[in-house]
Ligand binder design. Structure first.
Ligand SMILES: Cc1cc2nc3c(=O)[nH]c(=O)nc-3n(C[C@H](O)[C@H](O)[C@H](O)COP(=O)(O)OP(=O)(O)OC[C@H]3O[C@@H](n4cnc5c(N)ncnc54)[C@H](O)[C@@H]3O)c2cc1C
Length: 455
């Protein structure tokens, strides 16, 4: 078969896979609906503020990230989080309490009551569970660590990663490494101790210690640099409408700058969101279409705020804060963007990125919802003890932000494999498969590229 492939979607998943395929001798054509690369990785620089509307950072969980950055010529633009960005705060009773990072700090912390601390000590004596795929992260954590730990540690963490609902996310699908600690070692505390010993023997680093990275000019630098290497292969303003199976392979019908166009290909890799792909492959497999449509993506509004540093009463010595659902506030948390990385603003300014909405929210978010915007700013100013109005307010509404690996997700995963077996040359990828983080998308892109090359 000719070494030809059409990749759909120029987010990090599509670009990284296309890059590795091209490098191994494939003739690649990439179709992207928008006029620029990056998908969820979107950066703007305005009035001296650097704004990341998608991920503000990534975790360097794989050496592939810096290898790829090196190959596309931006290794020297890669930056790492400042030491002072390492504290993480949780909002409790309107106060910011640091998340404890050592056993000693945990016992001293005001974040948890004494009964909650004692309950945690029972964890090593709690047995294994049966089925992680159909167990919510909420059930898992309550059983192992107690209700208060769920409410004041895991619930805000789940908001920070997935903007998700802990009662609905499957522990094994959404947090496979956490579930594996129970599966392999019988418990979380035992798993952490034994895991650390084994890593030490193998001279490896824990995933929790992975370094937080970005780029001098923001996260979009990464996809933009990969796209630069694929110059001439990427067709922007090219939105795929339908994919049809043919004797040759597949026919892709798309709209390019408003005109209908078609392309025949022996191989196709889709990296577009599942809900978008769903109605484009109905004629090939209506069951796959239904599986893809079932994956829920909640709305998330990202609000960027810039202030004069002198007007901020709160000490800026952390990554930011997350808000437990129990605290009943109108947003999920705030990243202290200019504390984490240098050069996000002028030295006398500070910037923050706030996340509103998510899977548990009943807030009817819309693009210019002034009431919500005003309420969130007022609440944020109170917590951070800010005396002036923001110099910069920018919002972006992600109508379908992040795929939720909810209970039953495993059935989707199994069907994706079945679909690929039934339709040789058709590959499914993107952040609804194999992890949502930038690091996971890069790792999965390499796996997908290898699968395609080897087939
Ligand atoms: C608000 C937000 C905050 C996040 N924060 C973090 C974080 O802090 N750390 C982290 O690691 N991850 C974070 N993530 C997750 C991470 O950014 C994404 O999972 C990842 O970037 C997804 O990459 P992708 O290539 O799989 O998909 P996408 O980036 O969604 O790319 C898909 C591409 O397909 C294109 N497309 C769609 N439909 C069509 C069509 N019909 N035809 C052609 N092209 C089409 C889109 O325009 C897009 O460019 C965040 C995500 C969001 C939304």
């Amino acid at each position: 078969m000719e070494k030809r492939i059409v990749v759909i979607g120029a987010g990090i998943s599509g670009l990284a896979t296309a890059y590795w395929l091209e490098k191994s001798g494939f003739e690649v054509a990439l179709l992207e609906a928008k006029g620029e690369p990056g998908g969820a990785m979107e950066t703007q620089i305005e009035d001296g503020f650097l704004i990341d509307f998608g991920p503000n950072s990534g975790l360097e969980t794989t050496p592939l990230i810096s290898q790829l950055a090196e190959e596309v010529g931006i290794k020297d633009e890669m930056i790492y989080a400042n030491e002072e960005g390492s504290n993480r705060y949780i909002l409790k009773n309107n106060s910011l309490l640091a998340l404890p990072t050592s056993p000693m700090a945990f016992f001293r912390s005001k974040l948890f009551s004494l009964p909650a601390k004692l309950r945690l000590m029972q964890e090593p004596f709690i047995g294994k569970s049966e089925d992680g795929y159909y167990q919510s992260i909420s059930e898992f954590v309550t059983r192992r660590l107690g209700r208060e730990f769920l409410d004041y540690a895991i619930d805000p963490f789940v908001s920070g990663v997935f903007a998700g609902d802990p009662n609905k996310l499957s522990v094994k699908s959404a947090f496979p490494k956490l579930y594996r600690l129970e599966e392999l070692y019988g418990g979380l505390i035992m798993g952490m101790i034994k895991g650390a010993k084994e890593r030490k023997k193998r001279n490896e680093q824990s995933k929790q210690n992975a370094k937080m990275f970005s780029f001098k000019n923001g996260m979009q630098t990464f996809p933009a640099a990969i796209a630069n290497k694929l110059k001439g292969k990427i067709h922007y303003h090219s939105s795929v409408n339908e994919i049809i199976k043919t004797d040759y392979g597949y026919k892709i019908v798309y709209t390019q700058n408003g005109e209908r166009a078609e392309i025949d290909t022996p191989r196709i890799l889709s990296t577009i969101p599942s809900h978008t792909l769903s109605n484009k492959i109905k004629s090939i497999d209506s069951k796959l279409s239904a599986h893809l449509a079932e994956i829920f993506y909640p709305k998330v509004m990202v609000m960027f705020l810039g202030f004069n540093k002198s007007s901020i009463g709160q000490k800026l010595d952390g990554f930011g804060y997350l808000i437990p659902t129990k605290e009943n506030k109108n947003f999920l948390g705030a990243i202290w963007s200019s504390t984490i990385f240098n050069n996000r603003t002028a030295d006398d300014k500070a910037s923050f990125t706030i996340f509103i909405g998510g899977a548990k929210s009943s807030n009817p978010l819309s693009e210019n919802n002034d009431t919500i915007i005003r309420e969130v700013i007022s609440e944020f100013k109170k917590t951070m003890r800010i005396s002036e109005e923001p110099l910069m307010v920018k919002t972006k509404l992600w109508d379908k932000a992040i795929p939720q690996y909810n209970l039953g997700y495993i059935e989707h995963e199994k069907y994706f494999e079945q679909f690929e077996l039934n339709n040789p040359g058709f590959y499914l990828s993107g952040n609804y498969r194999g992890g949502i983080s930038v690091g996971d998308c890069v790792k999965n892109s390499e796996v997908t590229a290898k699968r395609i090359i080897e087939s």
